[in-house]
Write a protein that binds this ligand. Sequence first.
Ligand SMILES: *Cc1c(COP(=O)(O)O)cnc(C)c1O
Length: 352
Amino acid sequence: MSADPDSYVDLRSDTVTRPSPAMRRAMADAEVGDDWYGDDPTVNRLQDAAAELAGKEAALYLPTGTLCNQIAMHAFVRPGRFVACEATAHVGGTEAASAATMSGIAFRRVPARARGLLSADQVAAVLEPDPYDVDQVDLVAIENTHQLGGGSVLPVGDLAAIAKVCAGCGTPLYLDGARIFNACAVSGTTVADYAGHVDALMFCLSKGLGAPIGSLLAGDREFIREARRLKILLGGAWRQAGMMAAAGLIALRDGPGRLAEDHAHAQRLAEGIAEIMPDGVDLGAVVTNIVFVDASSSGHSPREWEQRLAEHRVRVTLVSGRVRMLTHADVTARDIETALAAWRRVAAELIP
Ligand SMILES: *Cc1c(COP(=O)(O)O)cnc(C)c1O
C-alpha cells in the first residue's frame, strides 16, 4: 500500500489530502516562536481567527480532533460520571477507551431514530435525574456532521432545542464539529450559528478543509485556559507549531468555499453506485462528503469489495461492515468517474 499516491483515487478519508502549493509556501514562510510560552505568532493568529469564526472568547490549536475532544471531556466531566452522546458518535465509540484511560469517563449512548441525529426529547430523557442518584451525566456531546450517520447534518434549530434542554438541567453542551464546515455548507449557516448554542466546540482543519495537521478547540476564556493547562500536561505543547498553523490559516481561508464541490462529487458517486447496486446506497442519506455502501446483497464481503477496488486503483475503507468513501480536495470529477468505472468492473467480476 506504499505505492505512489497519485496513481490511486483515494477515498478512504478526507484526511488523506496533501497540502496545496499555497499551504507549502505559507509553511515555508511562517513566522514562528515557542508555543509553550504562547510566543508563536502564527499559532496565535490561527487561534484568534478560530475564536472569531466561532464567536467564542478563545480557541486553542491542537494536533488532533481526538485531543480536542479528550481535553474538553476531561475539563467538563468528573471521573466516574457520564457523557451522553449518540450511540454511534466518535466520542463514545472510537474515543471511549481514551476517555476511560485519561479521564475515568463512561458514556450513555443513545441510539438516534435516524442517521445519528439526536432530538431534544431524547436528550431530555437521558438527562432525567437518576432516582438513586448514581448515574450522573456531566456533559452532552453532539456530533455534526455525523460520520457514521453518513455525514448527516443537524439543523441549527435542532441544536438550539437540545441546548435549551441542557440549560434547563444545568448540563454543559459540547459540539464535536470535526466536519462542522460541511454542515454549514449544506445548511447555509455559519460556524458561529452552531457555536452560539454550545459551551465549547472543536473542528478539524485536517479533514475537508485540507490542512495537513491540526484542529481547534473553542470556548470561553476560562475553559480555554484550562484546556491549555491540559494540553501541556499531556505533552501537547508543540513548540514552533506555526509551521503547521500557517497551513491551517490557508485551510480556513480557502477550505470552506470549496466543500460544495466535494458534496456534488459524493452525490455523483452515490448515484453512480446506486445504478450498479440499487439497494447498496441510501441516496437520501448522502448530503455531504460521505458515501456508505452496503454490499451485503452482492453475496460478497465488504473486505472482498475493498480488495478488488484496490486492484482497480481505488482505495476505500470499511467501517461497521460497510464500504465507506469520502470526497475531498484531492478528488476531481474525473476521479469520481474512475472510481465508478472500478465499481462497475468489480460488480461485473462479483455479481453474476
Ligand atoms: C475525525 C474525527 C474526530 C477526530 O479527529 P482526529 O483529528 O482524527 O483525531 C473526532 N470526531 C469526529 C466526528 C471525527 O470524524
